[in-house]
Ligand binder design. Structure first.
Ligand code: HEC
Ligand code: HEC
Length: 238
Protein backbone atom coordinates (compact mmCIF):
# COMPACT_ATOMS: atom_id res chain seq x y z
CA UNK A 1 0.00 0.00 0.00
CA UNK A 2 1.42 3.34 -1.10
CA UNK A 3 2.12 5.90 1.58
CA UNK A 4 -0.34 8.66 1.48
CA UNK A 5 1.33 11.99 0.85
CA UNK A 6 1.22 14.32 3.81
CA UNK A 7 -1.71 16.33 2.58
CA UNK A 8 -1.96 20.07 2.43
CA UNK A 9 -4.84 19.83 4.84
CA UNK A 10 -2.76 18.00 7.43
CA UNK A 11 0.10 20.51 7.07
CA UNK A 12 -2.34 23.26 7.61
CA UNK A 13 -3.69 21.68 10.78
CA UNK A 14 -0.16 20.90 12.03
CA UNK A 15 0.85 24.53 11.51
CA UNK A 16 -2.32 25.73 13.18
CA UNK A 17 -1.50 23.52 16.15
CA UNK A 18 1.98 25.03 16.31
CA UNK A 19 0.61 28.51 16.04
CA UNK A 20 -1.89 27.69 18.73
CA UNK A 21 0.89 26.56 21.01
CA UNK A 22 2.89 29.72 20.35
CA UNK A 23 -0.20 31.81 20.89
CA UNK A 24 -0.53 30.33 24.36
CA UNK A 25 2.82 31.82 25.40
CA UNK A 26 2.68 35.28 27.00
CA UNK A 27 3.10 38.02 24.41
CA UNK A 28 5.98 39.58 26.39
CA UNK A 29 8.37 37.05 27.84
CA UNK A 30 9.15 37.68 31.53
CA UNK A 31 12.17 40.01 31.87
CA UNK A 32 15.47 38.14 32.10
CA UNK A 33 16.75 39.64 35.36
CA UNK A 34 20.15 37.98 35.23
CA UNK A 35 20.73 39.34 31.75
CA UNK A 36 19.78 42.85 32.90
CA UNK A 37 22.30 42.66 35.74
CA UNK A 38 25.11 41.37 33.50
CA UNK A 39 24.37 43.27 30.27
CA UNK A 40 22.03 46.14 31.07
CA UNK A 41 18.81 46.94 29.22
CA UNK A 42 17.10 49.91 27.49
CA UNK A 43 20.35 51.87 27.77
CA UNK A 44 20.74 51.16 31.51
CA UNK A 45 24.24 49.92 32.33
CA UNK A 46 24.87 46.41 33.68
CA UNK A 47 24.15 46.49 37.41
CA UNK A 48 27.11 44.24 38.18
CA UNK A 49 29.65 46.84 37.08
CA UNK A 50 28.82 48.70 40.30
CA UNK A 51 26.97 46.26 42.57
CA UNK A 52 29.36 43.36 41.94
CA UNK A 53 28.97 40.03 40.15
CA UNK A 54 27.07 38.57 43.12
CA UNK A 55 25.34 41.72 44.36
CA UNK A 56 27.95 42.09 47.08
CA UNK A 57 28.45 45.82 46.44
CA UNK A 58 31.70 47.77 46.29
CA UNK A 59 32.65 49.35 49.63
CA UNK A 60 35.62 51.29 48.23
CA UNK A 61 33.43 52.98 45.63
CA UNK A 62 30.40 53.41 47.91
CA UNK A 63 28.08 51.10 45.94
CA UNK A 64 25.67 49.25 48.26
CA UNK A 65 25.26 45.51 48.64
CA UNK A 66 21.96 44.20 47.23
CA UNK A 67 22.26 40.41 47.60
CA UNK A 68 19.85 38.87 50.07
CA UNK A 69 17.86 42.04 50.81
CA UNK A 70 14.05 41.97 50.68
CA UNK A 71 12.55 41.90 47.18
CA UNK A 72 9.74 44.34 48.05
CA UNK A 73 12.26 46.67 49.69
CA UNK A 74 14.57 46.66 46.65
CA UNK A 75 11.66 47.14 44.21
CA UNK A 76 10.37 50.09 46.26
CA UNK A 77 13.80 51.69 46.22
CA UNK A 78 14.08 51.33 42.44
CA UNK A 79 10.61 52.83 42.06
CA UNK A 80 11.50 55.74 44.38
CA UNK A 81 14.75 56.41 42.53
CA UNK A 82 12.87 56.29 39.21
CA UNK A 83 10.16 58.75 40.30
CA UNK A 84 12.69 61.01 42.02
CA UNK A 85 11.28 60.79 45.57
CA UNK A 86 14.58 59.14 46.51
CA UNK A 87 17.16 61.50 45.07
CA UNK A 88 20.05 59.59 43.54
CA UNK A 89 22.13 61.21 40.81
CA UNK A 90 23.90 57.88 40.15
CA UNK A 91 20.83 55.63 39.99
CA UNK A 92 18.03 57.87 38.66
CA UNK A 93 18.55 57.29 34.93
CA UNK A 94 19.17 53.58 35.44
CA UNK A 95 16.04 53.10 37.56
CA UNK A 96 13.97 55.07 35.04
CA UNK A 97 15.24 52.99 32.12
CA UNK A 98 13.73 49.83 33.63
CA UNK A 99 9.98 49.31 33.26
CA UNK A 100 8.01 48.22 36.35
CA UNK A 101 8.19 44.51 35.42
CA UNK A 102 11.96 44.75 34.96
CA UNK A 103 12.33 46.53 38.32
CA UNK A 104 10.35 43.78 40.04
CA UNK A 105 12.40 41.11 38.27
CA UNK A 106 15.83 42.48 39.20
CA UNK A 107 14.64 43.11 42.78
CA UNK A 108 13.55 39.47 43.08
CA UNK A 109 16.81 38.34 41.47
CA UNK A 110 19.01 40.19 44.00
CA UNK A 111 16.77 39.14 46.90
CA UNK A 112 17.38 35.54 45.85
CA UNK A 113 21.19 35.79 45.84
CA UNK A 114 22.89 34.61 49.03
CA UNK A 115 23.90 37.44 51.37
CA UNK A 116 27.69 37.75 51.71
CA UNK A 117 27.24 38.50 55.44
CA UNK A 118 28.37 36.02 58.10
CA UNK A 119 25.19 36.18 60.19
CA UNK A 120 26.48 34.28 63.24
CA UNK A 121 29.70 36.25 63.54
CA UNK A 122 27.94 39.57 63.08
CA UNK A 123 25.24 38.71 65.61
CA UNK A 124 27.99 37.83 68.13
CA UNK A 125 29.33 41.42 67.94
CA UNK A 126 26.12 42.62 69.60
CA UNK A 127 27.11 40.75 72.78
CA UNK A 128 30.55 42.37 72.93
CA UNK A 129 30.97 45.03 75.66
CA UNK A 130 30.94 48.62 74.40
CA UNK A 131 32.31 51.79 76.00
CA UNK A 132 30.04 54.88 76.08
CA UNK A 133 32.68 57.00 74.34
CA UNK A 134 32.62 54.61 71.35
CA UNK A 135 29.83 56.64 69.75
CA UNK A 136 29.13 54.44 66.74
CA UNK A 137 29.04 51.14 68.60
CA UNK A 138 27.03 52.68 71.44
CA UNK A 139 24.36 54.06 69.09
CA UNK A 140 24.16 50.76 67.25
CA UNK A 141 23.84 48.58 70.34
CA UNK A 142 22.36 50.93 72.99
CA UNK A 143 20.87 53.91 71.15
CA UNK A 144 20.61 57.43 72.57
CA UNK A 145 17.60 57.32 74.84
CA UNK A 146 18.20 60.87 76.14
CA UNK A 147 16.89 61.96 72.73
CA UNK A 148 14.58 59.08 71.97
CA UNK A 149 16.78 57.15 69.56
CA UNK A 150 16.53 53.37 69.98
CA UNK A 151 19.52 51.18 69.24
CA UNK A 152 19.84 50.66 65.48
CA UNK A 153 20.23 46.93 66.15
CA UNK A 154 16.74 46.83 67.66
CA UNK A 155 15.27 47.23 64.19
CA UNK A 156 18.15 46.18 61.95
CA UNK A 157 18.99 43.03 63.91
CA UNK A 158 22.02 42.12 66.06
CA UNK A 159 25.14 43.21 64.17
CA UNK A 160 22.96 44.97 61.57
CA UNK A 161 22.17 41.71 59.76
CA UNK A 162 18.69 42.87 58.74
CA UNK A 163 15.30 41.61 59.90
CA UNK A 164 12.57 40.27 57.64
CA UNK A 165 11.48 42.12 54.53
CA UNK A 166 11.25 45.65 55.96
CA UNK A 167 14.44 46.20 57.95
CA UNK A 168 17.43 46.15 55.59
CA UNK A 169 20.88 44.95 56.66
CA UNK A 170 23.47 47.62 57.43
CA UNK A 171 26.61 45.57 58.15
CA UNK A 172 29.24 45.97 55.46
CA UNK A 173 27.40 48.72 53.60
CA UNK A 174 29.86 51.48 52.63
CA UNK A 175 30.17 54.19 55.31
CA UNK A 176 29.58 56.93 52.74
CA UNK A 177 26.43 55.15 51.61
CA UNK A 178 24.97 54.76 55.12
CA UNK A 179 25.78 58.37 56.01
CA UNK A 180 24.32 59.53 52.69
CA UNK A 181 21.01 57.79 53.41
CA UNK A 182 20.76 59.24 56.93
CA UNK A 183 21.42 62.74 55.58
CA UNK A 184 18.91 62.17 52.76
CA UNK A 185 16.20 61.48 55.37
CA UNK A 186 17.18 64.59 57.30
CA UNK A 187 16.83 66.63 54.10
CA UNK A 188 13.64 64.97 52.84
CA UNK A 189 15.47 63.44 49.87
CA UNK A 190 14.36 59.88 50.55
CA UNK A 191 10.76 58.69 51.16
CA UNK A 192 10.00 58.17 54.86
CA UNK A 193 9.52 54.40 54.54
CA UNK A 194 7.49 52.31 57.01
CA UNK A 195 5.91 54.50 59.75
CA UNK A 196 8.47 57.25 59.08
CA UNK A 197 10.84 55.41 61.42
CA UNK A 198 14.08 56.45 59.75
CA UNK A 199 13.37 60.20 59.40
CA UNK A 200 12.55 60.15 63.14
CA UNK A 201 15.93 58.53 63.87
CA UNK A 202 18.03 60.52 61.38
CA UNK A 203 16.74 63.97 62.37
CA UNK A 204 17.82 63.31 65.98
CA UNK A 205 21.43 62.44 65.14
CA UNK A 206 24.29 64.93 64.96
CA UNK A 207 26.68 64.89 62.01
CA UNK A 208 29.37 63.34 64.21
CA UNK A 209 26.97 60.59 65.30
CA UNK A 210 25.99 59.86 61.70
CA UNK A 211 29.63 59.52 60.68
CA UNK A 212 30.48 57.36 63.71
CA UNK A 213 27.60 54.91 63.34
CA UNK A 214 28.16 54.66 59.56
CA UNK A 215 31.84 53.82 60.06
CA UNK A 216 30.85 51.28 62.73
CA UNK A 217 28.51 49.30 60.44
CA UNK A 218 30.83 49.58 57.44
CA UNK A 219 33.66 48.02 59.45
CA UNK A 220 31.54 45.46 61.29
CA UNK A 221 32.16 42.39 59.06
CA UNK A 222 35.94 42.81 59.56
CA UNK A 223 35.51 43.45 63.29
CA UNK A 224 33.28 40.36 63.52
CA UNK A 225 35.94 38.20 61.84
CA UNK A 226 38.56 39.55 64.25
CA UNK A 227 36.40 38.81 67.29
CA UNK A 228 35.75 35.28 66.04
CA UNK A 229 39.50 34.72 65.50
CA UNK A 230 40.26 35.99 69.04
CA UNK A 231 37.57 33.73 70.48
CA UNK A 232 39.08 30.76 68.62
CA UNK A 233 42.58 31.59 69.84
CA UNK A 234 41.33 31.94 73.43
CA UNK A 235 39.49 28.63 73.08
CA UNK A 236 42.63 26.91 71.74
CA UNK A 237 44.69 28.07 74.76
CA UNK A 238 42.34 26.45 77.26
C1 HEC B 1 27.31 53.45 38.10
C2 HEC B 1 27.15 52.56 39.21
C3 HEC B 1 25.79 51.86 39.35
C4 HEC B 1 25.12 51.06 38.44
C5 HEC B 1 25.55 50.71 37.02
C6 HEC B 1 23.94 50.58 39.11
N1 HEC B 1 23.89 51.07 40.39
FE1 HEC B 1 22.40 50.73 41.75
N2 HEC B 1 23.30 52.03 43.06
C7 HEC B 1 24.46 52.72 42.82
C8 HEC B 1 24.67 53.68 43.90
C9 HEC B 1 25.81 54.67 44.03
C10 HEC B 1 23.58 53.52 44.79
C11 HEC B 1 23.30 54.34 46.06
C12 HEC B 1 22.30 55.36 45.57
C13 HEC B 1 22.04 56.53 46.44
O1 HEC B 1 22.78 57.50 46.33
O2 HEC B 1 21.06 56.50 47.18
C14 HEC B 1 22.75 52.45 44.24
C15 HEC B 1 21.59 52.00 44.85
C16 HEC B 1 20.81 50.96 44.37
C17 HEC B 1 19.67 50.39 45.06
C18 HEC B 1 19.18 50.77 46.45
C19 HEC B 1 19.84 49.87 47.48
C20 HEC B 1 19.35 50.07 48.89
O3 HEC B 1 19.89 49.37 49.78
O4 HEC B 1 18.46 50.89 49.15
C21 HEC B 1 19.16 49.43 44.24
C22 HEC B 1 17.97 48.54 44.52
C23 HEC B 1 19.97 49.40 43.02
N3 HEC B 1 20.97 50.35 43.15
C24 HEC B 1 19.76 48.56 41.94
C25 HEC B 1 20.48 48.62 40.75
C26 HEC B 1 20.13 47.86 39.57
C27 HEC B 1 18.98 46.87 39.48
C28 HEC B 1 21.01 48.20 38.60
C29 HEC B 1 21.08 47.73 37.15
C30 HEC B 1 19.89 47.86 36.35
C31 HEC B 1 21.94 49.18 39.18
N4 HEC B 1 21.56 49.40 40.48
C32 HEC B 1 23.00 49.75 38.52
C33 HEC B 1 25.29 52.56 41.74
C34 HEC B 1 24.99 51.86 40.58
C1 HEC C 1 12.47 51.79 64.88
C2 HEC C 1 13.15 51.02 63.86
C3 HEC C 1 14.46 51.53 63.31
C4 HEC C 1 15.54 51.99 64.04
C5 HEC C 1 15.68 52.15 65.54
C6 HEC C 1 16.58 52.26 63.05
N1 HEC C 1 16.13 51.97 61.79
FE1 HEC C 1 17.16 52.23 60.07
N2 HEC C 1 15.60 51.56 58.97
C7 HEC C 1 14.37 51.21 59.49
C8 HEC C 1 13.47 50.88 58.39
C9 HEC C 1 12.02 50.45 58.51
C10 HEC C 1 14.21 51.06 57.20
C11 HEC C 1 13.71 50.87 55.74
C12 HEC C 1 13.29 52.21 55.24
C13 HEC C 1 12.66 52.17 53.87
O1 HEC C 1 11.96 51.21 53.56
O2 HEC C 1 12.86 53.12 53.11
C14 HEC C 1 15.54 51.48 57.60
C15 HEC C 1 16.56 51.76 56.70
C16 HEC C 1 17.81 52.22 57.05
C17 HEC C 1 18.88 52.51 56.13
C18 HEC C 1 18.83 52.36 54.62
C19 HEC C 1 19.48 51.06 54.22
C20 HEC C 1 19.64 50.91 52.74
O3 HEC C 1 19.91 49.79 52.29
O4 HEC C 1 19.49 51.88 52.00
C21 HEC C 1 19.94 52.95 56.86
C22 HEC C 1 21.28 53.39 56.33
C23 HEC C 1 19.54 52.91 58.25
N3 HEC C 1 18.24 52.47 58.34
C24 HEC C 1 20.39 53.24 59.30
C25 HEC C 1 20.00 53.21 60.65
C26 HEC C 1 20.89 53.59 61.74
C27 HEC C 1 22.33 53.99 61.59
C28 HEC C 1 20.15 53.48 62.89
C29 HEC C 1 20.55 53.81 64.31
C30 HEC C 1 21.10 55.14 64.55
C31 HEC C 1 18.82 53.02 62.50
N4 HEC C 1 18.78 52.86 61.14
C32 HEC C 1 17.80 52.77 63.39
C33 HEC C 1 14.03 51.15 60.84
C34 HEC C 1 14.84 51.53 61.90
Amino acid sequence: MALRPFSAVRWASALALGAGTLGALPVHAAPDARQITTQGVNGAPACMTCHGANGEGNPAAGFPQLAGMGAAYLAEQLEAMANGSRVSPVMAATAKALDPAQRQAVAAYYAGLPSPLNIDRLAATARHPVKPDDTGAWLATRGAWDKNVPACNQCHGPGGIGVGANFPSLAGQPAAYIAGQLRAWRQGQRPPGPLGLMPAVATRLTDAEIDAVSAYYAGLPKAADLLAAQANAAGAKQ
